[in-house]
Structures are given as C-alpha cells and as structure tokens.
Design a protein around this ligand. Structure first.
Ligand SMILES: Cc1cc2nc3c(=O)[nH]c(=O)nc-3n(C[C@H](O)[C@H](O)[C@H](O)COP(=O)(O)O)c2cc1C
Length: 211
C-alpha cells in the first residue's frame, strides 16, 4: 500500500467507521431516529424486498459502517468469530464497498476499511443491469477458495453474509438487492484478485426509487 493510501485508510477508519464494539453496545442509537439497527427483526423481515431500482442519493458513512459490521463484523472478540456463520469457520468471504470514489475492503478485526483502488467500478458490478450503475453503493462479496473445501460452501457463506446485509439495510431505511449479475472478469482484473478469490454475489444498496 502506498503512503498516500495509508493516509487515506487512516482517514477512513476515523471518519467512515466507528468501532464495532460501540455499535454492538448501541451507541449507533445516536444516528438519526429510524437510522439504526434497532428495528425489530419481525419488522425487518416483513419489509425486506429487492427494489426494482434505487436513487443515486449517497449512503451515509455512518450507515455503511453499520451495514459492514452487520455483514461480517466481529461479534466475539475473544474468538474473532463473526456476525455471519461460515463453513467450518472458514471466514472465506471478504466484503468490498464499491462506490463512485473507489473500492474499499472491510477488515472485520479492526472494523475499518482500507482503500483498494480509487476507480469507479460500479458499471462493472452493475454489468448488463445498467440501471444500477448509478447506485451509490454496492457491497461485493468475494470467496477465498483456499479457505473452503468446495465452491458450494463459498456460495452459502456469501448468502449468509448477504442476508445479514439485507436485514441491516432494511433496518436502516435502505433498499438492498442481492445479485449474481456482474462482470466478474473486469472486477477481478481491476481488483487484481488471484484466481482463488471469486466474486460470488453483490448487493446494490440505496434508497428505493418509487415511480
Ligand atoms: C442468489 C441470488 C441471485 C440474484 N441475482 C439477481 C440478479 O442478478 N439480478 C437481479 O436483479 N436480482 C437478482 N436477485 C434478486 C432476486 O431476483 C429476488 O430476490 C427475487 O426476485 C425475489 O424478490 P424479493 O427479493 O423482493 O423477495 C438475486 C437473488 C439471489 C438470492
């Protein structure tokens, strides 16, 4: 990582993400009313649906922080286990945040993000569903095949992370759509992913566009 990226990462850690522990302890309640993870699970389940389209309105950093923690943040510091289960605790899913200003990788142990590239990869993630290319945020879930015994386990692990993300988004007043559609080759090339790192799912996140 270049010194410039290191500085950027520090900035983002401070500005973009809060400590996971404080979120778990409920200080996220300081977020605007209705914009925290305290929605009853029953209501989140009732309201979950995949939007047909989302607006380009940005997803605030405080919300992104909570979504990332819900996705696969550490919820047990002693064992470093996470909010999402994984096959044999393989923890094979890496979550990337894809925004107009670049791509960031989530580091659950630090509850921080690190800058990966400053490029806008949203069109590659939207792929043939071009209407999503202007969405403010995608989370890209990549499985590490060196950590799981078979591709099915990687897909299941990604699905579990994705459902955490979907329910967190609903709780935060956001609309999530999980998708397998994406331009995997372009994404892998841009992120310089080795062959063993496979993009499995992405989730488009924004405010639902109504009519
Ligand atoms: C594994 C998986 C892959 C999906 N891939 C796409 C996709 O590529 N494009 C898309 O628009 N929606 C995709 N979806 C969303 C589904 O179309 C959607 O969940 C389904 O129509 C049910 O609608 P609901 O989520 O509103 O209940 C996918 C969902 C899952 C679970």
């Amino acid at each position: 990582m270049t010194p410039q990226n290191t500085d950027r990462r520090k900035l983002l850690s401070a500005a973009l993400l809060a400590p996971a522990g404080s979120l778990a302890a409920g200080t996220a309640a300081a977020a605007p009313r209705g914009q925290d993870l305290n929605m009853p699970l029953l209501d989140a389940l009732k309201n979950r649906h995949s939007p047909m389209d989302v607006t380009s309105a940005p997803v605030e950093s405080g919300l992104l922080s909570q979504i990332l923690w819900a996705a696969c943040g550490e919820n047990r510091k002693d064992t470093h286990k996470r909010t999402a289960p994984s096959s044999r605790n393989s923890q094979d899913i890496t979550v990337y945040a894809v925004r107009q200003d670049g791509v960031w990788v989530y580091e659950p142990g630090k509850h921080a993000v690190a800058a990966v590239i400053p490029d806008d990869l949203r069109a590659a993630v939207a792929a043939r569903q071009t209407k999503f290319a202007g969405a403010p945020l995608f989370l890209l879930l990549v499985t590490d095949r060196t950590k799981v015994s078979d591709p099915v386990s990687g897909g299941i692990d990604a699905g579990l992370v994705a459902q955490n993300v979907c329910l967190a988004c609903v709780s935060l007043g956001l609309a999530p759509r999980p998708r397998t559609t994406m331009n995997r080759e372009e994404i892998s090339a841009k992120l310089k992913l080795p062959e063993t790192q496979v993009p499995v799912l992405n989730i488009v996140i924004g405010r639902e566009k109504t009519a």
